[in-house]
Design a protein around this ligand. Structure first.
Ligand code: ADP
Ligand code: TRP
Length: 364
């Protein structure tokens, strides 16, 4: 029997950041550690996804390799025989599967994807005028005028990434769960029409220890300058983002100057107090405790300063250790591992593609 597949991908459009680490990479590493031998782990770089929004193309190739090194620094055991690292573009079946799936995905479904709406809005803010209400179909249409078709069908490529390997669990942050649900819907639709082609994927809630006694929460680390937004590598200024490769001292400074409120109460309330709640969330996630636990520890504090300093120290310590591990990654061995991962995954992906080609009548 083959092992259930856990799969996740992180785009290489910039350096990875603390949100990527806490929301995605760490949960895969934790799953790999706690369930060694039970699962197959596919950790890949969706390099074709990396330019759905504008990037510096001269850097993409190297950035992709750098990001794979970050997985190793985060603790991913690439020597484990059930773990595969690869680049999406090295497995051409992803592209052909995307086309086939796109013919079973509705325009209306893609138009409802919040990430498309958000990215379109961001683009618009940088480019032209801003629309306040992006929730109406008309507003989405308007925003969509200047977006690429690649950004629009991005979730179909993601569905191909997932369905080609009969993935069972997809550990992603909150912003990506809608895309995983879309992959599942398309899989159900095609299974109903053609007989079973795909296993159905599920979002895997991230290990974040943020809520006591509740279901695992999907983590969403916020931007430090504008805590209404998520921390994102697509953010042009990078001022509110802690990159995994930035100097620990500069990261600590960003925490010290993070936007908070004037209430001076260390209380977790993401709606009303997003800035301080985000810092509580970061501290809780790095320590592996609940947000309630962090609040209890600081409940008598009447100022934010000492708390911010504690979080800044925590982040600085984390980055220092992380970067030590990054410097020790054996690049040559990793490139070799990438080669074997890509060869093996081409086989698996081509077999699934053939099954689907047969189902839709492209092959006898
Ligand atoms: P970005 O928005 O920074 O470009 P991606 O969209 O490439 O990040 O996301 C890569 C992975 O990291 C996804 O699983 C996503 O859910 C997770 N992720 C991204 N940003 C955050 C965040 N701020 N908090 C938690 N998880 C995040
Ligand atoms: N869309 C994801 C993101 O922006 C990256 C991604 C591409 C992915 N394909 C995937 C994540 C498949 C999980 C599974 O973060």
């Amino acid at each position: 029997m083959s092992k259930p597949v856990i799969l996740t991908g992180l785009r290489a459009n910039n350096d990875l950041h603390l949100g990527n680490y806490l929301g995605a990479i760490r949960s895969v590493v934790a799953l790999q550690k706690h369930h060694a031998g039970e699962y197959q782990v596919n950790m890949f770089v969706p390099d074709l996804h990396s330019f759905t929004t504008p990037i510096d193309h001269g850097k993409l190739y190297q950035q992709t390799l750098e990001n794979i090194k970050l997985f190793v620094a985060a603790g991913l055991d690439v020597d484990d025989p059930n773990t595969f690292v690869y680049r999406q573009s090295a497995i051409p079946a992803h592209s052909e599967m995307t086309w086939i799936l796109s013919c079973f995905t509705y325009y209306g479904e893609l138009r409802r994807m919040t990430q498309f709406k958000e990215k379109a809005k961001q683009h618009k803010v940088e480019g032209e005028s801003v629309l306040d209400n992006t929730d109406t179909p008309e507003a989405t249409e308007d925003l969509a005028q200047h977006m690429t078709a690649g950004l629009f069908i991005y979730p179909v490529l993601m569905a191909a990434d997932i369905l080609l390997y009969d993935t069972k669990y997809v550990p992603v942050g909150e912003d990506q769960s809608q895309h995983v649900e879309l992959a599942r819907d398309v899989a159900v639709r095609m299974n109903n029409k053609f007989g079973k082609l795909f296993d159905l994927p599920e979002v895997y809630g991230t290990y974040n220890h943020t809520s006591e006694g509740k279901d695992p929460v999907r983590l969403r680390i916020r931007d430090l300058v504008n805590p209404e937004k998520k921390m994102s590598k697509s953010d042009a200024s990078g001022k509110g983002v802690i990159f995994l490769t930035e100097s620990p001292a500069s990261a600590a400074k960003k925490i010290m100057s993070a936007t908070t409120d004037s209430d001076n109460k260390i209380v977790y309330d993401m709606e009303k107090k997003p800035g301080i709640s985000n810092l509580i969330q970061i501290a809780a996630s790095l320590r592996g405790v609940s947000t309630e636990g962090v609040c209890r520890e600081y409940k008598d504090q009447k100022q934010y300063g000492p708390f911010k300093q504690a979080v800044a120290d925590e982040v600085e310590k984390f980055l220092t250790l992380f970067q030590e591990k990054l410097a020790a990654v054996d690049e040559k061995a990793l490139l070799q591992k990438l080669g074997t991962g890509e060869a093996a995954m081409n086989k698996t992906a081509n077999a699934k593609l053939l099954l689907v080609q047969k189902a839709v009548g492209l092959r006898p």
